[in-house]
Design a protein. Sequence first.
Length: 387
Amino acid sequence: MRDRLVVVGAGAVGSAIAWAAARERVAGEVVLVDPDPGSGASRVAGGMLAPISEAWPGEREVLELGAASLARWPAFADAVAQDAGSPVGLRREGTVQVALDAADVADLDRVAEHLRAWGRDVERLSGRAVRRLEPSLGPAVRAGLAVPDDLAVDNRALLAALTAAGRRRGVVVERRRVERVLDDGARVTGVALAPAGSSGSPGTVGGSGGSVLEADRVVVAAGAWSAALHPVLADRVRPVKGEILRVRARRSSLPPPSRTVRAAVSGRPVYAVPRDGGRLVVGATQYEAGFDPDVLVGGVRDLVADVERVLPGIADYALEETAASFRPGTDDNLPLLGAVGPAGLVAATGHGRNGMLLVAVTVDAVTAVLRGEPLPEEARPAAAARS
């Protein structure tokens, strides 16, 4: 072995860590292991980079971690794009957050008040003013917040760019399923791989035909499946199901909004995130339903009904895709970052609804740990070894 680093999970977080580790030469060899790279929650994500409009009173540490990551995103995107030779689809138009009824307007005002108290830049708008800003908003919109500093990213463009950037930096991709991380009681020794072509979830022993990939260090970035890979992560990450729609404006349609639109409709959150080509990603339902992969009729119904109240013209759009995925949730809504358990084991999981947003700060935090440095100060509330 030549100082081998194995990264388990080739979503946005794992692919970014593998690329950064190879770029920074923190290991002699970087191997990224996933049976289907670029799938899972990262492929289904809306791509909002919106710590301010996602903020809620009582989640100060979540907001601060997200804000730290947002500040890193432009440089991160530029570095990935340079190595990949292709853009990552970063959008800088900002977010508008809108409300439709009195209760949701009151919630909007509470969020605005807390954000101002935290020194965050938001502008409270009347319904008429926010419709002038985004003419595709419907007459039911009663109030809004303009959040100019929020960003958004095309998740699929980012995944493609990370794949190309990692390849250029020499990342080895192993298309196998990891059953578990192995250790000798003191430090990690590698990962157990399922037989080639086998199905199932991490933690499920695949029988004969499996093999061991030896490693000096292992980063677990397997999203909602991370808890099954090592006992120290058991019960610390759970799947939170979400569904999205991908829609496209037709020639006869009203144009989509230029900014990300977030709304509360009778208390239910809904968002629409622009993509190139007149497309929008609409999401997201949220269920505590385990690993149930089905897109539910009720979920699609609620998303369509809610987004149509906010953006009435969307009724004329083409429905291109429905999809479900599993966000990796934690009890305190903070991810698990850094060293945990036996020596050489590093966690990069539990990002919940903020996976895309937190990629940039996660890369810096995990790369620091792999260099033998402490977690950056802003990442310490998310330390994987916290009790």
